[in-house]
Write a protein that binds this ligand. Sequence first.
Ligand code: NAD
Ligand code: UFG
Length: 359
Amino acid sequence: MNNKTINTSNQNSNNNNNNKILVTGGVGYIGSHTCIELIAAGYDVVVYDNLSNSNLEALKRTEQIAGKSIPFIEGDVLDKQLLHQVFDEHDFFGVIHFAGLKAVGESVAEPLKYYKNNVTGTLELLEVMQAHNVKNFVFSSSATVYAEEETSPIDESAGRSCTSPYGQSKLMVEYILEDLVVSDPEWSTVSLRYFNPVGAHPSGMIGEDPRGVPNNLMPYISQVAVGKLDKLKIFGSDYKTIDGTGVRDYIHVVDLARGHVAALNLIKKHTNIGSLGFEAINLGTGKGTSVLQLVKAFEISTQQVVRFQLTERRPGDIDAYYGNAEKARQLLGWQAELTIVDMCKDSWHWQSLNPNGYR
Ligand code: NAD
Ligand code: UFG
């Protein structure tokens, strides 16, 4: 069946000029925004998603914004046979791999589900890519791979260690990629370590659509503002930070999406001079914002009231972390451009136009 697995030309697809990208998890929050930026940059996109945490309405709206239809395959990255078929049918330059589960708490309760989906799923995908000689790979990693004791701004050489199965699954994939590029120098892999993605497309048509009560701060704030939730519980006010509340490096999802285009462009540039191997790159703004600062910024920029209450710390949280964004600037020629005000305005625009998300 997989006649394309025998590469008759014996040429690594790293060396062709194909613009076609497989986006796994492309119906999800970050994937959908990235499809728009990829298409705007001239890439052809094929989306592969099992819809376990997303809604096809997001893809429809993504197509509307992009002004282009996007081929879609409903499938699981654990379904190797289907992946082979997809690689038989399309000649990909590379893969951006968003597909994965991401709830830290759930990963503690159901570790096997997380390791299977995030680690085994990635292994299956990498094996299929290798069989089809497609060796350009951009991976959704997370700042959670950094050891807690590292001081901010955290750069890419900082120590790594994780406490949750979710974090471990990201770290394991990074180790796998590091070993893979040693075994086969034709691979170009970029592990993008996201800080805290927030915001939505400025059109208000697509955005983050958490199922149930949100775990993360920005969707929680937006749902309080829109009246779906009563008030925000601020977890901890005695941290050693500017105002006692936790500090994070929030990054607008549109900036983040553009970071993926920059990562692909870096891989492309390298195909002329050899493969890239493995590069880990932070995607953040390099600036920390406290919970209270974010709440105030949201209120001022949207003219909405966000009721809140200071409560106990959330177990597992740390006081502050933000990234060093210098490597991204130098290597990718990319830096975040959108501000905290943009993040708040766009989150609110999406939330107020779609109080129930895509449903
Ligand atoms: P999301 O849940 O909105 O998107 C993930 C998509 O992958 C969903 O559409 C889901 O249906 C799909 N998917 C999940 N498992 C799959 C499988 N086995 N096969 C095929 N499709 C599958 O999440 P997101 O916020 O867009 O995150 C994308 C990636 O970025 C994830 O890997 C996540 O771990 C990583 N990440 C996210 C954040 C964040 O805060 N959002 C931070 C750091 C890293
Ligand atoms: N917070 C509250 N109240 C809430 C939710 C959050 O006060 O209802 C606070 C947290 O204590 C923290 C800050 O808001 O100080 C940000 O919390 P988030 O849950 O939005 O984000 P985290 O930094 O805890 O975690 C995020 C992702 C993880 C990822 C990690 C590192 O959710 O998946 O960033 O990338 F692993």
